[in-house]
Design a binder for this molecule. Sequence first.
Ligand SMILES: Cc1ncc(C[n+]2csc(CCOP(=O)(O)OP(=O)(O)O)c2C)c(N)n1
Ligand SMILES: [Mg+2]
Length: 283
Amino acid sequence: MEAQTLTRANALSLDERAYHIRRKALRMGQVQGQGYIAQALGVADVLSVAYFHALRYRPEDPYWEGRDRFLLSIGHYAIALYAALIEAGVIPEAELETYGTDDSRLPMSGMASYTPGMEISGGTLGIGLGIAVGMALGLRRKASDRFVYNLMSDGELDEGPTWEAAMSAGHWKLGNLICLVDVNRMQADGVSTGVLNFEPLAPKWEAFGWHVQRVDGNDIPALVRAFDTARSLTAPKPRVILCDTRMAKGVPFLEAREKSHFLRVESHEWALALAALDEGRTA
Ligand SMILES: Cc1ncc(C[n+]2csc(CCOP(=O)(O)OP(=O)(O)O)c2C)c(N)n1
Ligand SMILES: [Mg+2]
């Protein structure tokens, strides 16, 4: 089954997967007319490398015990993960059209009980890493060789429980835990470092006992190298990949929007957004 996952990954390039993830996120945004679209476009390359290079999973059996766990600590990024799960074949493509509507399995905030492949429920920021630490400890006790990935945002660096969890992971030397931080430098109230300066970021994680890498989160080859390093390292310590991403990456007129946390897009602009994405792809 792992071989099947690899075959799927090889069928299309990671660039193409990221492009498909962006297109699907835009389509879901269009269904609602608004949403956390800039985050989805920004983190699409990270998700492409996660789901089509690194993670072990069975699309037809999302709760397979042998899967790597992928936790979405940031419930509002659900649109991004849905796009990746649809691209990965975990969720049927047609469900994309139900995004955020009544009775949909794809609510606007990530809910574990609604959606296959959604490991935890989101909404309250700052708790994903603590859950990931617990899962990593549990897998270690079962002598499992699977990884727990936790995708979190830079806004969550303002939350105290993040650092309690980070300290615990260092204390327990959780080599099976890989944290991905989407450093898009933005949060609801404005520029992240203006709200609460978290820099210098790498030394903070290092001081908590983590192996730290900082990469351009929109550079797929760099992400592949970082994931490979995180997975192959023998040092008994948790690993964090700080991913510097650009919000709305791939759609320049949305990249230029200042209020990027929750984008409202006019009905005529969706076609323009898709055209801009396609143009960037062929350029
Ligand atoms: C504990 C908690 N506090 C506040 C909020 C409200 N909130 C929702 S999204 C958000 C911004 C958090 O920053 P980040 O995730 O970096 O924002 P983005 O990059 O998506 O703009 C906030 C404060 C929340 N969901 N949970
Ligand atoms: Mg942010």
